[in-house]
Design a binder for this molecule. Structure first.
Ligand code: LLP
Length: 419
């Protein structure tokens, strides 16, 4: 459920008509709804009501906007971060350091030190040398790093290959078969409080079965580790729950997920940690765009919009589907391909799709763009960096400015030794 609805024939974000934002901020622009964000944060938390000890860390890679993070901080969410930059954002948004989990397959020594200096709650170790380095850096600081070991459960998440992370051939975690030996060696290191394990098998999962299979494997690992004398107090179950993008999509609900988690983990007696991203932020945002031209095509016309693959990369990268809707729908339909201005055929949002009829000058949105949208934007083709707006009832604010192509050019220089 979201708060982007037609009122008197005009699409609104909460109480703000989208044409107002287009007129005042310009397009393309991401528009987020605070009410939707808060609702999703609460729904996910409620879904885990039968999990006695839990920690919620929003995977901020999916939407690191400070305004968005502030809303979630107030909802009691911490952060799952994967870089020093994300770590600073989480702190700047008001999230407590101890609520921050540092994941990521290629943390630098400088980032490990930064996490320690900032006093974050937990490091998710991806392989043995990283754990050894963290122990060494912590020891030099006369401190102890809380850590868990990420394991790769070798489960096929059944999602797009580029966002699947839990198969043996993927780069993430240590093989679950070798995890006990690695755990034992790392647990013996002074400077490290190795207190559990982590997993994350992929994103946009539309079935609970692979998650359940992975959790069961990890449950057996927890028993084995305890039998070997280790104290296991934390298990990080990652993120990955899918959201509906297309009409008719029916991914498992947070409630179904929560019930499965509670059932599978009921005897674990650990603090369960969660790293939800898309399920919190996906449906809280739209990308508002203007139709520039409607151009005849071989089979169907091209609707050329002012948003492009640099603003919303998912269709070009993963052939992802984002629903397209006119801001003032007439009820008429047309079949068209929706494309952006970038000079690549891959700059295509939809091919030969039946959509709301639109013409040049009309406004439209790509829905479900609140996760992995603005954060993956670039300035390719020397386009501006897309701005972001947060709506709260009848007010809104620009939470990220449009960064003009000229501002980016101003950060470049031509060497005087070229001529
Ligand atoms: N935890 C870890 C360790 C992750 O790698 C990820 C996502 C998450 C949590 C959050 O997963 P979520 O709940 O959002 O599925 N750019 C791609 C998605 C990449 C996901 C990367 N890792 C997309 O646009 O579909």
């Amino acid at each position: 459920m979201d708060h982007f609805e037609l009122r008197d024939g005009v699409l609104h974000a909460e109480d703000i008509p989208l044409p107002q934002i287009a007129a005042e901020v310009g397009t393309p622009v991401y528009v987020y709804s605070r009410a939707t964000l808060e609702r999703h944060a609460q729904v996910f938390r409620d879904a885990l009501k039968d999990v006695p000890k839990k920690h919620l860390a929003f995977a901020i890679k999916c939407n690191p906007n400070l305004g968005v993070l502030r809303v979630l901080a107030r909802q009691g969410y911490g952060a799952d971060v994967v870089s020093g930059g994300e770590l600073e954002r989480a702190l700047a948004s008001g999230m407590a350091a101890e609520d921050i989990v540092f994941s990521g397959v290629g943390k630098t020594r400088a980032e490990l030190a930064q996490g320690l200096d900032r006093g974050i709650g937990q490091f998710n170790i991806e392989h043995e040398p990283e754990g050894a380095a963290l122990a060494e850096i912590a020891l030099a600081r006369e401190t102890t790093a809380n850590a868990v070991l990420r394991v790769n459960p070798d489960v096929d998440a059944g999602t797009h290959a580029k966002i699947s992370t839990g198969k043996a051939e993927n780069k993430f975690g240590v093989g679950i078969d070798v995890a006990p030996q690695i755990f034992a060696r790392l647990a013996a290191l002074p400077g490290l409080n190795l207190r559990g394990v982590a997993l994350h098998i992929g994103s946009q999962l539309t079935s609970l079965a692979p998650l359940e299979a992975a959790f069961e494997r990890v449950g057996r690992l927890v028993s084995d580790l305890r039998a070997a004398g280790h104290s296991i107090t934390h298990v990080d179950l990652g993120g990955g729950l899918g959201v509906p993008y297309k009409p008719g999509d029916n991914p498992p609900s947070p409630a179904d997920y929560g019930a499965m988690v509670a059932r599978v983990t009921k005897d674990w007696d650990v603090t369960l940690m969660f790293e939800p991203g898309r399920v919190i932020a996906g449906n809280t945002g739209v990308l508002l765009t203007e139709v520039l031209w409607v151009k005849p095509g071989a089979a169907n016309p091209f609707v050329i919009v002012d948003a492009a693959m640099n603003d919303l990369a998912r269709p070009a990268l993963y052939d992802a589907y984002h629903d397209f809707a006119a801001v003032k729908p007439t009820g008429e339909k047309m079949t068209a391909s929706i494309v952006g201005p970038v000079c690549e055929t891959g700059d295509t949002f939809a091919r030969d799709r039946e959509i709301d009829a639109v013409q040049a000058g009309d406004l439209a949105v790509f829905r479900t763009a609140g996760a992995y949208g603005a954060t993956m934007a670039s300035t390719y083709n020397s386009r501006s960096l897309v701005p972001e707006v947060l709506v709260d009832g009848g007010r809104y604010i620009v939470v990220a400015d449009r960064i003009a192509a000229g501002t980016i050019m101003a950060a470049e220089r031509v060497p005087d030794w070229i001529d």
